[in-house]
Design a protein around this ligand. Structure first.
Ligand SMILES: C[S@@+](CC[C@H](N)C(=O)[O-])C[C@H]1O[C@@H](n2cnc3c(N)ncnc32)[C@H](O)[C@@H]1O
Ligand code: SF4
Length: 436
């Protein structure tokens, strides 16, 4: 899974040591699900421990600023502790928080976001978007590794680059949970598994699509049995050859958003959690309270996930995206929805903006940048003088930085929402509304 950050806080200048067992009282939980204990002002991170717990642990690394310890015995459990539902949780790097009740995970995410936004003046309430905590992933990337003829198919391990062999994954969408074990069995039974780098799984309104990423060429005759199997299962199987950057299919995939069909190529960005995506787009539309008077800029627009719903409500929408093929897909999505007030523009928003963008007359803006945020574009955005900016973020630290800049330039934060797009993981998404 792509978005994972390091799971464990790592002291700088780590010094591996062997220390005696000590008792720690855990004061806080990091958003990655580790305990924070303090002794004489120095922090020790205790792996997998939760606030309120008492644990016997051994310090395994000492750093100048903090230590790292592994728990050996829990003397007292946190009320938030639960038995992790997935049997792979201890090893698999895909999830970090399954040892916490999901309600406690969400409280932790809200508190963590508040910490990230501590330099901003926030409204009293931080709202939340929450959905099903399992079966939510409509897309996943699964690694394949073959050693001494033994195939390992699964996700990267928590503390190393090795692959944890996984027979089932409960965060996958139900249709993917059905197909994955059967696919895995087929792959393990064939020598071509040694020529695969990874598998991509996708579930949308056309059903299941599987992309097999080849690390070496596979002959068509070797592909045939798997093609036949996929056909019998009613799934789309695509082969991505080693030199191919992305597969492209004639009839694109699609999902529905705001009662509109959104087409996309199978490896283009789509929001992973379909349920939260629906709620997120609906909330964005409601927060922006659009009318026919509005001219909206939709930055980092992809194939139009927000742009089409915006164009249904606003007078005009200008949607901007770096990847040309996604811009073309956005245009064709707008044409299919008969939205002639929606224009797509190809531009790299980290570079000097084109005149069309610099001179746009807008009333509102929506941004949904990648993890790096949108800092380079902010001076232009401020000059365009939108009354409202709605920022959707997958990285709270770049959102905090960008919002601080906007606040310094005349905006104030009026709404904030924690969106639990990836339950059981440390990943937190946020939506923020800024008002001129
Ligand atoms: C988080 S996705 C959001 C896409 C879309 N808003 C959605 O909800 O599906 C970020 C989008 O920004 C695009 N992008 C990344 N870097 C960019 C840049 N420098 N300039 C413009 N677009 C960029 C990506 O291709 C991707 O489509
Ligand atoms: S639910 Fe899936 S991603 Fe999460 S720990 Fe289990 S196997 Fe890994």
């Amino acid at each position: 899974m792509k978005h994972r950050s390091n799971r464990r806080a790592r002291p700088s200048q780590d010094k591996p040591i062997s220390s005696p067992i000590r008792t720690f009282t855990i004061e806080n939980t990091t958003h990655e699900g580790h305990g924070v204990a303090r002794e004489n002002g120095k922090v020790t991170f205790v792996e997998g421990s939760l606030a309120g717990e008492q644990v016997e642990a051994r310090v395994i690394k000492e750093g100048r600023q903090f230590n790292q310890a592994i728990p050996l015995k829990r003397l007292q459990d946190s009320p938030a502790r639960v038995q992790p539902p997935c049997p792979y949780f201890e090893q698999c790097g895909g999830c970090q928080l399954q040892h916490m009740a999901v309600a406690a995970q969400r409280d932790l995410k809200v508190d963590w976001l508040k910490g990230q936004f501590r330099k901003l003046s926030l409204p009293d309430e931080m709202s939340r978007l929450e959905g099903h905590d399992f079966g939510y992933r409509r897309r996943a990337r699964i690694s394949v590794f073959v050693k001494n003829g033994q195939a390992q198919i699964g996700f990267r391990a928590k503390s190393s680059n090795t692959i944890v062999d996984i027979e089932q994954c409960q965060v996958l969408a139900p249709a993917l949970q059905t197909i994955y074990p059967a696919l895995r069995e087929q792959l393990i039974a064939t020598p071509l598994v040694a020529k695969l780098g990874h598998i991509e799984l996708l579930h949308d309104e056309q059903g299941v699509c599987v992309i097999l990423r080849q690390s070496r060429d596979v002959s068509e005759s070797d592909q045939q049995p798997l093609d036949d199997w996929a056909k019998a299962q009613g799934i789309t199987l695509l082969w991505q050859v080693p030199e191919q950057k992305k597969v492209a299919i004639d009839a694109p995939r699609h999902y529905t958003i705001d009662n509109l069909a959104l087409n996309f190529q199978p490896q283009d960005f789509i929001q992973v959690n379909a349920e939260i995506n629906q709620a997120m787009v609906a909330q964005a539309m409601s927060w922006l309270s659009l009318s026919a008077e509005d001219v909206v800029l939709d930055l980092f627009c992809g194939a139009g996930n927000f742009s089409l719903p915006l164009a249904k409500r606003a007078g005009r929408v200008l949607a901007v995206e770096a990847i040309e093929s996604m811009v073309e897909m956005g245009q064709s999505n707008a044409a299919q929805a008969q939205l002639d007030n929606l224009e797509f523009l190809a531009a790299d928003l980290t570079q000097a903006p084109p005149n069309r963008l610099k001179k746009a007359k807008i009333t509102k803006a929506l941004l949904d940048p990648p993890r790096a945020g949108a800092f380079e574009f902010l001076p232009t955005l401020v000059r365009l003088k939108p009354q409202q900016i709605l920022y959707v973020s997958c990285n709270a630290s770049t959102l905090a930085r960008d919002a601080e800049y906007l606040v310094e330039n005349g905006f104030r934060v009026t709404k904030v929402c924690m969106m639990d797009m990836f339950p059981h993981t440390s990943h937190v998404e946020a939506m923020m509304l800024l008002q001129k």
